[in-house]
Design a protein around this ligand. Structure first.
Ligand SMILES: [Zn+2]
Length: 123
């Protein structure tokens, strides 16, 4: 399959997620993990309105961080699969993932049949 279009999409998604992560967390390169900032990161005035509300509630921030981290990891994993030539294969059944699923969710790890099992896969 031609993966270049998905690679481009995934790279765009990765920068978008990285930007979102940077509003609430810091990338610790030594452990390759994101940790919440204790205070809201300074943002450009243009972004202030968008992000003012997420700095408030730390429980909410933990939940947001966890969600973003999962999406980030899935995107990085999908990019690795493109390099390894295993992109677009369901991790559960080893069947090809439907193209319309990859279209809307290029970091998908499973085919449609195993959609509900995706969150049980190891991170
Ligand atoms: Zn499957």
């Amino acid at each position: 399959m031609n993966t270049s279009i998905y690679k481009q999409k995934l790279e765009n998604l990765r920068s978008a997620i990285t930007n979102e992560l940077e509003t609430i967390a810091i990338h610790r390169v030594d452990v390759d993990d994101w940790v919440l900032t204790t205070e809201s990161v300074e943002v450009d005035t243009a972004d202030t309105n968008d992000h003012a509300d997420i700095a408030e509630d730390s429980e909410e921030r933990i939940a947001i961080l966890s969600d973003l981290k999962t999406r980030y990891r899935n995107i990085v994993r999908a990019l690795q699969k493109i390099e390894e030539g295993t992109y677009g294969i369901c991790e559960i059944s080893n069947e090809p993932i439907e193209l319309d699923r990859l279209e809307v969710h290029p970091a998908a790890r499973t085919c449609k049949k195993h959609l509900n099992d995706e969150n049980q896969l190891p991170q």
